[in-house]
Design a protein around this ligand. Structure first.
Ligand code: GTP
Ligand code: MG
Length: 204
């Protein structure tokens, strides 16, 4: 896929609000601080002028942000949204913020007919959290195609890399082919993930 343009299209902050358009969508989910916004920036090659906001203090992305992408897919230009979901499981967020997460995100995931798949991010250094497992189970119950990305691979020593990928596949009951190791720092995994997203968008 060849990127043509990228722009911020809008955000939704309340359950039931409509997305800023009816384009095909791929969303990024994961706990707070796992690296969703950094991954989107890296995918869009915006590591100089960042489009998705990355904050030093976790739990800051509290809205669902839509980035409108124009890219050449199958030889013609197509528009779609990449969707940055707020992170869950940030223990120090105020209770009201934590309580608002579920209706906002689950509402969006359930109601969006144009949503073609979810990229679920898990920190490569840690086992999936109970919230991660709940999220993956939820995606299963609504029959949403899911890709698993292990983030921050650059923080692992070479000897640990394979072990962590294997642990994740076992804990999640998935095949190694369903897992992409990614680093927003080195760009590792970018090509593989772009290809998987392209498959979701083109239905191949
Ligand atoms: P919320 O918006 O709070 O849900 O967080 P997020 O999932 O969007 O995480 P974000 O991209 O803001 O990254 C959180 C922190 O992890 C930042 O300090 C990033 O610089 C760092 N980070 C993200 N990805 C990577 C990575 O691949 N490698 C390393 N070393 N650090 C990363
Ligand atoms: Mg974020």
């Amino acid at each position: 896929m060849k990127l043509k343009s990228v722009e911020f299209a809008g955000a939704i902050g309340r359950p039931g609000q409509d997305p800023p358009g009816t384009l095909p969508q791929v969303a990024f989910a994961g706990r707070s601080n796992v690296g969703k916004s950094s991954l989107i920036n890296r995918l869009l090659e915006r590591h100089r002028k960042q489009i998705a906001r990355v904050s030093a203090s976790p739990g800051k992305t509290q809205e669902i942000n839509f980035y409108q992408i124009r890219a050449e897919l199958d030889g013609r230009d197509d528009d779609f949204f990449l969707v940055d979901l707020p992170g869950y499981g940030y223990a120090r967020a105020p209770q009201a913020v934590r309580d608002s997460w579920r209706p906002l995100i689950e509402g969006y995931l359930r109601r969006s007919d144009e949503l073609l798949g979810v990229v679920q991010l898990i920190d490569a250094r840690h086992d999936p959290t109970p919230d991660d497992l709940k999220m993956i189970e939820f995606l299963g119950t609504i029959e949403m195609p899911a890709l698993i990305v292990l983030t921050k691979m650059d923080k692992l020593r070479t000897a640990e890399r394979e072990k962590r990928v294997q642990a994740a596949t076992e804990q999640l009951g998935i095949e190694p082919e369903q897992v992409v190791g990614f680093s927003a720092v080195t760009g590792e995994g970018r090509e593989a993930l772009m290809q998987s997203i392209e498959h979701l968008l083109t239905g191949d």
